[in-house]
Design a protein around this ligand. Structure first.
Ligand code: XIL
Length: 400
């Protein structure tokens, strides 16, 4: 071996050693970085390649609500890494997808379905019948007057056949009817007085929607979806509705509990009661729109007044409470794993949450069903921060 060959080999040796050293320090550093950003540092942090879906692979799919914007760039990479179920945030709702009798906007919904299919991600359909983001044309005839019950149900059937039919075999669960239960404390008032209810002169549209959906896609699991499903009064109303559907042999598989929660609501006891009640009916449960706002309920500000102090934002105290609330929720979810068939977050990261637009005045980030002025006050409700990094709350959910 001549001198230059020896030098070459020595150089190669050094190069190899250097690579091994770099790789080793990278492997050691990666978890440390994650742990460093986490007061909940624990054993699970030593799997840098794992996402939520992997930590929960023996429990249930973990989903996220998606829009067109989240199918590109960093959001999409995060979705693929962390989640194995998606729900279109708006693009399958009646109004957006079926704005007039002969027009269907398939473009966005198709893109979400293609994205999910190409990444082997499951798809929840959301939703087939709702009083919000509705297709307003459905309620009116050519004369501008309300349609008859018969015509409304025929339009509902056509709609469900078109939408559930198009994605047949690709959607594992549909929110068939969304938010049809009344919010008031009046226990005798079970159903929301929506256009659906008023024109049908009762709740028949609910049962009809489930039957149409089952006919259109017999394999899809069918869910009734609502918020505040852990509040004692609303819980009982939802229970009455579900019991009646089951007694009438309506094809329903489960309940979607939206889970737009707060730092102190629901309590563990309320959450367990809600789960015990619906599962006693033989139904499955999906948590369909999970987020936990850091905003606490406050009195409404006087009209025209400005918030008194600069917004302190995501303080360590609020963060600690959010961590505890997330941990409590997932501890209970895991205990009920045989009934829970998915848990879906509503939006990807704190960079954008639908709650930010709802949280005006002093309250900020209020849960669904409440009504406050629309000033941006961020709600910081998710497991990833504004830079798409895992928050401490993330580790409280995966370290079990
Ligand atoms: C919200 C979307 O996130 C917003 O982008 C849209 O402006 C309004 O609807 N309950 C539901 C969801 O069932 O469809 C809602 O989604 C949030 C409350």
């Amino acid at each position: 071996m001549n001198f230059s060959a020896v030098t070459k080999q020595t150089n190669r040796g050094f190069l190899l050693l250097a690579i091994v050293f770099i790789v080793l320090s990278f492997v050691q550093c990666t978890p440390k970085h994650q742990v460093a950003s986490s007061s909940q540092a624990g054993t699970k942090a030593d799997h840098p390649d794992k996402g939520l879906k992997d930590y929960y692979k023996n429990y249930f799919p973990i989903g996220v609500a998606v829009s067109m914007a989240s199918l590109h760039g960093p959001d999409s990479a995060l979705i693929v890494k962390e989640f194995n179920s998606v729900t279109p945030e708006n693009d399958m709702k009646m109004g957006p997808i079926h704005p007039s009798e002969d027009i269907y906007n398939w473009k966005n919904a198709d893109k979400i379905v293609d994205f999910a299919v190409s990444h082997h991600i499951k798809i929840r359909g959301h939703n087939l019948c709702w009083h919000n983001q509705e297709a307003a044309w459905m309620f009116k005839g050519a004369d501008g007057k309300p349609v008859t019950k018969e015509l409304l149900l025929r339009r509902l059937k056509d709609h469900i056949f078109a939408v559930a039919g198009r994605y047949k075999g690709k959607i594992y669960a549909w929110d068939v009817v969304n938010e049809a239960v009344d919010d008031s404390d009046d226990t005798t008032q079970v159903y929301r007085k929506s256009n659906w209810y008023n024109i049908c002169n009762g709740p028949d549209f609910i049962e009809a929607a489930f039957r149409y959906a089952h006919e259109a896609d017999p394999q899809a699991k069918l869910y009734y979806n609502d918020y505040n499903s852990e509040h004692p009064v609303k819980r009982e109303k939802i229970y009455k509705l579900l019991k009646k559907l089951i007694e009438d042999h309506v094809p329903i598989d489960g309940v979607g509990m939206q889970a737009h929660w707060k730092l102190y609501e629901p309590s563990p006891d309320e959450l367990r009661k809600a789960l015990d009640e619906v599962t006693s009916l033989g139904l499955k449960v999906q948590f369909t729109e999970l987020d936990i706002t850091i905003r606490l309920p406050q009195p409404k500000p006087a009209p025209g007044s400005t918030p008194p102090t600069p917004d302190p934002g995501y303080t360590p105290e609020l963060e600690a409470k959010q961590i505890a609330q997330y941990k409590m929720a997932f501890d209970i979810f895991r205990q009920y794993k045989k009934f829970i068939t998915s848990v879906t977050f509503w939006n990807v990261s704190d960079k954008y949450s639908w709650l930010d637009q709802r949280g005006g005045g002093l309250t900020g980030g209020v849960a669904a069903g409440e009504n406050t002025p629309r000033t941006v006050r961020k709600a910081y409700p998710l497991l990833f921060n504004e830079n798409l990094q895992r928050k401490n709350a993330y580790w409280s959910v995966v370290n079990f």
